[in-house]
Ligand binder design. Structure first.
Ligand code: NAD
Length: 480
């Protein structure tokens, strides 16, 4: 089988791994090899970080005005828009996400660069009203230096943009380590960075595996900030690595988000929200609404309508715009889903839909699955599956809904479906989650921060604060 060969991007150059090692990435829709990539290790990371550090210190980047950085970012956003079709196709080949979904994400991605572009020249410090008449004091926001971005496979470009755009707006340089399963769209994107006019070395991409390139990058002594998106187990390694270099850290981890449907909800809207919440990206989304909490009075009607919708989901080639659901991104992830559903069956859940691989597909597909759960203590209710599996439970009243919604160690997102505005606000206030959507799910904007509490991580990406998060605050005292 012939594969397409990609190289890393360091200092504006396409380069192989120092060791010459490569690995093959598989197409999730077929299970066949489709791309060959450099297997970067500590030597490649060290080279890329030193290049990024030199770029950070170079006059070419350091002396650029904030508004000039903004112009470069604006141009990059435009280039992403111009190349959306190509980038979406690469990403779909890598991770099996529906082309409809990757194109949808690419459609709003330029906004993330344009938004950060607008913030670049608005990082104002302040004068301090200190209680000394013979002193003047003020603050300035300074860039940190080299940022390490560790990106998972489920939304490579989106999760890169949300790190890179604010990091560059603030004047940092960056080394990106994409997931070993989905690097190609990021490598193509990095070429657009050069086209936009960013100096060489400001943006670098090192491909390879987590234990090699990823670990070396997060502990590198010249890295001043790590932006990590991935699973909690990996996050623990990253926290330990940054104990060595004291890099500032943000962690965007997993979720077990509750989608809460009250008796008075618009049934069709809630069913659509549930389907988009859990079956988009085959459930491989950090904000997946993987727990459906449904009030007694609407429960039976909701389940009937949801099952009817699930039956109409067409599983198929993710490159075919007619498909409603694609494969899992990796064979390993398919195994995780199968194991968790098997365990749930042993623990007595009722399978209302799916629960197996569909027939007639060579790739790593799994049916949209709905599991009725009696107890909130079940593994399937407590733990992230990262697959198209919804656990559905009943609740009686608001207190009961809150008890269930707040009953996992995760706290990333939640949905609330009700026609009662005050109840919507009460739930938004009391649900323990970094994002609450009322009568919608998955709404996204460059202006809106994302991130969670507890096992879902800390720090926020997106929004105005994300740029400040890539700066150091300096206080200057002047003796008058
Ligand atoms: P993962 O944790 O296995 O990998 C994420 C990245 O970390 C990859 O690039 C990987 O190579 C790298 N990595 C692995 N070991 C490393 C190490 N020791 N040091 C440094 N880097 C290392 O996660 P995944 O399987 O790619 O993605 C799925 C997880 O990501 C899920 O738990 C999901 O919920 C989470 N996620 C969260 C968000 C969010 O915004 N909160 C978004 C998407 C995905």
């Amino acid at each position: 089988m012939t594969t397409t060969t990609f190289q890393m991007l360091v200092g504006g150059q396409s380069v192989p791994a120092v060791s010459g090692a490569t690995y093959t990435s598989l197409n999730p829709a077929t299970g066949e090899a489709w791309s060959t990539l450099p297997d970067g290790d500590a030597a490649d990371v060290d080279h890329a970080v030193r290049v990024a550090d030199a770029a950070f210190r170079s006059d070419e980047w350091r002396r650029l005005t904030a508004s000039a950085r903004g112009k470069l970012l604006r141009c990059l956003g435009d280039l992403v828009a111009d190349h959306a079709v190509e980038l979406a196709e690469l990403e779909t080949r890598d991770n099996g996400k529906l082309i409809r979904e990757t194109r949808g994400q690419l459609a709003y991605l330029p906004e993330f660069f344009h938004y950060a572009a607008g913030l670049a020249d608005k990082l104002e410090g302040s004068t301090l009203p200190i209680d000394k008449t013979d002193m003047f004091a003020f603050t300035v926001h300074e860039p940190l230096g080299v940022v390490a971005a560790i990106v998972p496979w489920n939304s490579p470009l989106y999760l890169t943009a949300i790190k890179l755009a604010p990091a560059l707006a603030a004047g940092n340089t960056i080394v990106i380590k994409p997931s070993e399963h989905a690097s190609t769209s990021i490598l193509r994107f990095a070429e657009l960075v050069a086209l936009a006019g960013f100096p060489d070395g400001v943006v670098n991409v090192v491909t390879g595996f987590g234990a090699g390139a990823g670990a070396a990058l997060t502990r590198h002594p010249l890295v001043r900030r790590v932006a990590f998106t991935g699973g909690p187990a990996t996050a623990r390694h990253v926290v330990r690595a940054t104990a060595e270099n004291f890099a500032k850290l943000s962690l965007e981890l997993g979720g077990k988000s509750a989608n809460i449907v009250f008796d008075d909800a618009d049934l069709e809207g809630a069913v659509n929200g549930a389907v988009a919440g859990i079956y988009a990206a085959s459930g491989q989304s950090c904000v997946a609404g993987s727990r459906l909490l449904v009030q007694d009075g609407i429960y039976d009607r909701f389940v009937a309508a949801l099952r009817e919708r699930i039956a109409r989901i067409t599983i198929g080639d993710p490159l075919d715009p007619a498909s409603d659901m694609g494969p899992m991104a990796t064979e390993q992830q398919l195994g995780v889903v199968e194991t968790m559903v098997a365990r749930a069956r042993e623990q007595g859940v009722t399978v209302l839909a799916g629960g197996k691989r569909p027939e007639g597909h060579a790739g790593w597909f799994y049916e949209p699955t709905l599991l009725e759960c009696e107890s909130a203590d079940l593994d399937i209710v407590q733990n992230e599956v990262f697959g198209p599996v919804a656990a559905i439970m009943r609740f009686s009243d608001e207190d009961d809904a809150l008890r269930l919604a707040n009953g996992t160690e995760y706290a990333l997102a939640a949905g609330v479906w009700t026609r009662d505005l005050a109840r919507g606000h009460r739930m938004a206030r009391d649900v323990h989650a970094g994002i609450v959507w009322v009568n919608t799910y998955r709404a996204v904007s460059a202006m809106a921060p994302i991130g969670g509490y507890g096992a879902s991580g800390y720090g926020r990406e997106g929004g105005i604060h994300s740029v400040l998060d890539y700066t150091e605050l300096k206080t200057v005292w002047v003796n008058l």
